[in-house]
Design a protein around this ligand. Structure first.
Ligand code: SF4
Ligand code: SF4
Length: 187
């Protein structure tokens, strides 16, 4: 029984390691990542706890956690981790596994934002803030959110109403075509 449990927990850890390119056995459990994380108030499990859960094979708890969706990918924890672990890549791997294996997404709004952002990137080569905010607010039925802030930013010339096209757009489109519906993209 012990052997089979070890095999199952090891399987999930190896799966995450293979996708992220990180060696989670290097985690010292020091909690520096948790102490450094600017988005920790949105997490249900701290980064240190997530690594421990992955190592224990708690696949469902990890893949259905809020934390994997609320990581900003800011790399602060990675800069400070004494074990050299790239946590944002671990979070990405967990998001991919969550979608691929159809676990419940505990961050629907974050996922929607990712998808809208990437769709604009594929289309225009950049994600124009005004259009992104409009689309996001429309899809979440929160129509007037950001209206006051958006108006101020527009009047100060900080945002544009219409997206600008960039040079090299053809290359970006072909990059998205080649990458295909992977990671956060599949519907
Ligand atoms: S900072 Fe690195 S070694 Fe310390 S708990 Fe976090 S992942 Fe583990
Ligand atoms: S990369 Fe993610 S987990 Fe690490 S500090 Fe930034 S938000 Fe927190």
């Amino acid at each position: 029984m012990l052997t089979s449990l070890t095999a199952v927990s090891g399987d999930f850890q190896r799966e995450v390691e293979a996708r992220s390119g990180q060696n989670l056995d290097g985690c010292l459990g020091c909690g520096t990542c948790t102490g450094s994380c600017p988005n920790i108030s949105f997490y249900d499990y701290s980064p240190r706890e997530l690594i421990a859960l992955i190592r224990r094979g708690e696949k469902k708890r990890v893949l259905e956690s809020r934390s994997i969706w609320y990581c900003l990918g800011c790399y602060t924890c990675e800069e400070r981790c004494p074990g050299g672990i790239g946590l944002s890549r671990v979070m990405d791997a967990c998001r991919e596994l969550c979608l691929k294996e159809k676990y419940a997404v505990n961050g629907e709004r974050v996922l929607l934002f990712h998808r809208l952002f990437l769709a604009q990137l594929a289309r225009y080569g950049r994600a124009p803030e005004a259009l992104l905010a409009l689309q996001f607010n429309f899809r979440t039925k929160d129509y007037f959110r950001d209206l006051g802030l958006g108006r101020k930013m527009f009047l100060k010339g900080k945002i544009k109403l219409f997206p600008e096209r960039i040079s090299g757009q053809k290359e970006i489109r072909s990059f998205f075509r080649e990458a295909g519906p992977r990671g956060v993209l599949p519907e």
